[in-house]
Design a protein around this ligand. Structure first.
Ligand SMILES: Cc1cc2nc3c(=O)[nH]c(=O)nc-3n(C[C@H](O)[C@H](O)[C@H](O)COP(=O)(O)OP(=O)(O)OC[C@H]3O[C@@H](n4cnc5c(N)ncnc54)[C@H](O)[C@@H]3O)c2cc1C
Length: 374
């Protein structure tokens, strides 16, 4: 008996999980999902973990999906028709790689006056130092573009400022970004709303501030005793670079992998989806999931299992932490087609404590997509 072709999906973020679930709908393929430790991490939990309000474990789950073989490992290499795991090559018909973006290590990231992180695990290591700052200046530095979830550093700054105010701490929070206006690619209104939120929370935003990425990477920041404007703690959103798995496919000056409209790369039978792909959409969960679905459909079509399907444009839905339990929400749609021709339509829900329930619901839905077998 000839068994159905095997398709490998790498990574269990929104893009990988969407690809797996779309492939699983077809009886014409077998699906294997490879993810380190068999675990998935919910990145929007990063901010609550950074301020010590949650543990990283709250935002981590094992992945168990009926009908899907899970390999709890890191894929070491991909080539047409195969992937290498623990030194052995495994043959597959197609690969959908969804490894996300890697974050650049920062020296002394867990000591001294620099804390660099952009996921719950990194935030947990930094939380004691963030909690120990009782006065002075805290900088949140966006080291370079692109990075995951463009509004989130503003949310972190607002969360820190409001926490300090609530605790009566004399803390001044600054947000430093290389952009001349926040989230410029999404239009002026959204940036204006973020700036207004920051002002309301008491965050000073320093636009057009280009941090020296090499100095940041080496953990070299001016000391407060040599420079009165220097921060007592610098929280760095590290430079994002291509995952080593797909780095050879990325452009020299960008962490993103060029893909066609079906998320196929220049390597035969290898698709790259989610944050790692050079798509014109924001680095956010719903566009990532959408790309996973598009690539899965393309694989099913290439294998002759299903016909071609036209792809719509994705939407994005981002929560903006305003601190003290209040969240705003940004929804982005592309009703006129994909950028740059189609303009993003942005809807902004103002900050409200009630949106914290929606944030928690989104986390529950994320978990339910990953754990089916109990
Ligand atoms: C602080 C923060 C807040 C955010 N808030 C929001 C929000 O409110 N709304 C929103 O839409 N988006 C938000 N995002 C962005 C969103 O989380 C990302 O855009 C999304 O997770 C990208 O999905 P992905 O599947 O491409 O990659 P990821 O979620 O990064 O997943 C990558 C997966 O690949 C695995 N992996 C990596 N390398 C390998 C390898 N070699 N072998 C096997 N597996 C590998 C990883 O373990 C992981 O499972 C936020 C992000 C951050 C950091």
């Amino acid at each position: 008996m000839i068994s159905a072709p095997l398709v490998a999906v790498v990574g269990a973020g929104p893009a990988g999980i969407a690809a797996v679930r779309r492939l699983r709908e077809s009886s014409g393929v077998r699906v294997v999902l490879v993810v380190p430790g068999g675990l998935s991490e919910y990145l929007p939990g990063t901010l609550a973990v950074a301020t010590g309000d949650a543990r990283a474990a709250c935002y981590r789950t094992r992945v168990e999906l009926a009908g899907v073989e899970i390999i709890p490992a890191r894929v070491e290499a991909v080539e047409p028709g195969a992937l290498r795991i623990a030194g052995s090559w495994r043959r597959v018909e197609a690969v959908i790689a969804a490894p996300g973006l890697a974050i650049h290590p920062v020296e002394s990231a867990t000591s001294g006056s620099i804390a660099a992180f952009w996921d719950p695990t990194g935030a947990e290591a930094a939380a004691p130092r963030i909690g120990a700052v009782e006065g002075g200046i805290v900088d949140v530095v966006i080291s370079s573009l692109p990075y995951r979830c463009p509004p989130a550093p503003y949310g972190l700054a607002m969360r820190l400022a409001r926490r300090a105010r609530r605790l009566g701490l004399p803390l001044h929070v600054r947000l430093l970004t290389p952009e001349e206006h926040p989230l410029a690619a999404l239009g002026r209104t959204l940036g204006d709303a973020l700036l207004a939120g920051c002002e309301d929370a008491g965050v000073e935003v320093l636009l057009g501030t280009q941090a020296d990425p090499d100095a940041l990477a080496e953990g070299k920041m001016p000391a407060p005793d040599s420079d009165p404007d220097a921060a007592d703690l610098t929280i760095v959103v590290p430079r994002h670079h291509a995952s080593p798995l797909v780095a050879d496919l990325a452009r020299a000056n960008s962490p993103l992998v060029p893909v066609d409209a079906r998320f196929a790369t220049e390597m035969a039978g290898v698709f790259v989806v989610g944050d790692a792909a050079a798509s014109p959409y924001p680095r956010a969960a719903d566009p990532a999931a959408w790309s996973g679905t598009v690539a899965a459909q393309a694989v099913l079509s290439e294998l002759g299992v299903e016909g071609d399907q036209a792809a719509q444009t994705p939407t994005a839905d981002c929560f903006v932490d305003h601190g003290d339990g209040a969240y705003g929400r940004i929804r982005i749609a592309y009703p006129d087609g994909s950028p740059p021709r189609g303009r993003p339509a942005v809807t902004i829900d103002p900050a409200a404590p009630a949106l914290a329930i929606d944030f928690e619901d989104a986390h529950r839905r994320w978990q339910a997509l990953r754990v089916e077998i109990r």
